[in-house]
Design a protein. Sequence first.
Length: 186
Amino acid sequence: MNHQYNNALPDDSIQVWVQVFQRQKAFGEHAFNQLADDQFFTILAPGLNSCAIIANHIGGNLLSRFTDFLTSDGEKPTRDRESEFAPPSEHTKQARDEVMLRWERGWETLFDTLGSLRAEDLNSIVQIRKVDHPVHAAIARAIDHYSFHIGQINIIARQLVGTADWEWFTLAPGATEAFNRSLMGE
């Protein structure tokens, strides 16, 4: 299972991945922090997910993909993906705390795994659902997947909070020119 891949990656690959994942996590949490408990569980329309459901799914995916990352398939037999998308029966602070605990455990697993990788591991092959992926491709797949869901979280949260009351993680609309001027020292 741990085959070697022959292309060298830049020396700072792990550091860059950690920075990207840290930003994704922070972007999601910035949205969560603007939501009341009932909003965290709100499903805007049939067939959509709440922020709670997406957070639960991300946590489950992180735990599955990055536990024993180099030595076992990323789709663990113990994972129940379907249950990650089931709306919680309670919309309480305790239920929210449970979702956020899973979220934190997932991210902690990812960051611990990235922190344990050695240069020689970057040429390894890992499996996800029995399909071989070079380590960098598995990481790219994760970045893509979590970015999609973090975007969903932010769209849902902004709809619930309202644009007028939204606290921007990135530049607010209309703030680009002033920001760019400040960077240029103007």
